[in-house]
Write a new protein. Structure first.
Length: 202
């Protein structure tokens, strides 16, 4: 069985500003760094064989804190990146709502009705992320694997494994920064063990 620990990157400067990142980037905030260090302490007894990260800087930065002091092979994957958000990237939610309220409300409240014109679709995110996880599971069929990714990407993975429609994409719990989602893969079967766990933040 492959056990995946899916971690959302730590809080970033743009997260604090409510500025959308997508494939753009900003560094971890002080809180993001603190939370990553706390999570590293919580995960120190997990016998990871390998670590993967989205190729985005914020995910790589989080992974460095999580693996400090460990001798782990690390890989960076474009297909573990966040959803591409087109013309919204780098803009605050306030700026987007001022010019594109309807589309943004569909994205956040009615994802099944959201039509990706300038952005990547939820389906495309799901396809690339699941393809990557399956490949990793084939390479490490009996191992613990650490992965740092992003909120929408992790939500898409969960939706696929749980067999839910896109209308249920934002079902609680929320995927907070440095939260841990544990997924197991045995043969062709997936099992979600934990979603968005944050005991290190208490």
């Amino acid at each position: 069985m492959t056990t995946f620990y899916l971690v959302r990157h730590g809080e970033t400067v743009w997260n604090k500003e409510q500025r959308l990142q997508g494939w753009l980037d900003s560094p971890l905030s002080e809180n993001g760094i603190l939370h990553a260090r706390k999570l590293a302490e919580q995960l120190k007894t997990i016998p990871f064989t390998v670590a993967y990260s989205s190729s985005s800087g914020r995910a790589q930065e989080t992974l460095r804190y999580l693996t400090a002091g460990r001798q782990l092979a690390m890989h960076y994957e474009d297909d573990l990146r966040e959803i591409y958000l087109g013309e919204w990237q780098g803009k605050t939610v306030e700026e987007i709502v001022a010019t594109n309220r309807l589309d943004y409300e569909l994205y956040t409240d009615y994802p099944a009705q959201f039509i990706a014109t300038h952005t990547e679709s939820f389906g495309a995110v799901t396809e690339r992320a699941m393809y990557t996880l399956k490949n990793i599971a084939q390479m490490y069929p009996h191992e613990h694997v650490l992965i740092v990714s992003h909120a929408v990407t992790i939500k898409c993975i969960l939706n696929a494994i749980l067999g839910r429609g896109i209308d249920q994409l934002w079902t609680a719990p929320f995927i907070h920064g440095t939260s841990v989602t544990i997924i197991e893969r045995l043969d062709e079967n997936w099992h979600v063990k934990e979603i968005g766990s944050t005991p290190h933040l208490l």
